[in-house]
Design a binder for this molecule. Structure first.
Ligand code: ATP
Ligand code: MG
Length: 259
């Protein structure tokens, strides 16, 4: 990938691999029962790459994102970010890494209900050291791009599922993270909101941000450079998206299809 590294990238920019996992295993244990959610996952994402993760329900997609974002510890295996091994980081170490460099859109949004939409979106930037003015400007841009600028003063609990989902995306993008981990970012959205979200993801991608996005929708996945299929906690298939002859690759197809 020749794409240049995003602004503020903390790692040496001459390393093309942004994320690498090696024999990544995650076993959940609860009440004497073990579930092997990831069973030896090896993936490599180049800086600036946009990859979709697909696979049946329960195949380990959300688990992979959670483990890559340090929200769940790996049971074994290795995670490398820009040449630095991170699977052994402490909870605090992960929190700092995430705050500065990783954006996360959860499947079930995790917005702070006692704060307004505006505060939810500004918080990550403020925590990462932006001035209130910078945070407000970025928030205004993001909410406008996502068509929810009029909701800035509202509490998330008063928004529809799709609106909350867009707030969650705005929050994840507030710090222009090197790595965006997005779990079904268009899952609850109508076609016009899906277009807004995909446009924003495309813009992040154009800026050189690396995106790993879980989706059940093949048309949404066709926006990515690459589709990784998980099955039973393992990579079943990992292929670059081959452009269909006579069709422009990328988001335009999806936007037309959904138009
Ligand atoms: N916190 C947890 N405790 C125990 N088991 C879990 C936990 N989270 C997930 N699992 C199990 O791990 C497996 C993988 O779950 P995961 O949520 O990663 O699947 P998924 O591919 O994201 O599915 P979906 O498409 O339904 O979101 C499933 O069998 C699930 O039941
Ligand atoms: Mg999931």
């Amino acid at each position: 990938m020749s794409r240049s590294a995003p602004k503020g990238l903390p790692w040496p920019v001459d390393t093309p691999v942004l994320v690498r996992t090696s024999r990544l295993v995650k076993v959940y244990r609860s009440g004497g029962v073990s579930v092997e959610a990831l069973r030896g996952v090896d993936i490599e994402l180049a800086a600036g790459e946009f990859a979709a993760i697909m696979g049946p329900s329960g195949s380990g997609k959300s688990t992979l994102l959670h483990v890559l974002g340090g929200l769940e510890p790996a049971t074994s295996g290795e995670i490398w970010l820009r040449g630095r091994r991170v699977d052994r980081l402490s909870t605090a170490g992960w929190a700092i890494l995430r705050r500065r460099h990783v954006g996360f859109v959860f499947q079930f949004f995790n917005l702070l209900s006692n704060m307004t939409v505006a505060d939810n979106v500004e918080l990550p930037a403020l925590l990462a050291g932006a001035t209130p003015r910078q945070a407000r400007k970025r928030r205004e841009e993001l909410l406008t791009d996502l068509g929810i600028a009029d909701k800035a003063g509202t509490a998330p609990g008063r928004l529809s599922g799709g609106e909350q989902q867009r707030v969650a995306l705005a929050r994840a993008l507030a710090n222009e993270p090197s790595l965006l981990l997005a779990d079904e970012p268009t899952g609850n959205l109508d076609s016009s909101s899906t277009r807004d979200v995909l446009r924003l993801l495309r813009r992040a991608h154009d800026r050189g941000q690396t995106i790993l996005m879980v989706t059940h929708d093949a048309r949404v996945a066709s926006l990515a450079d690459r589709v990784i299929n998980l099955f039973d906690g393992m990579v079943a298939d990992d292929a670059s998206v081959v452009p269909v002859p006579g069709r422009m690759p990328g988001v335009s197809n999806v936007l037309e299809l959904r138009g």
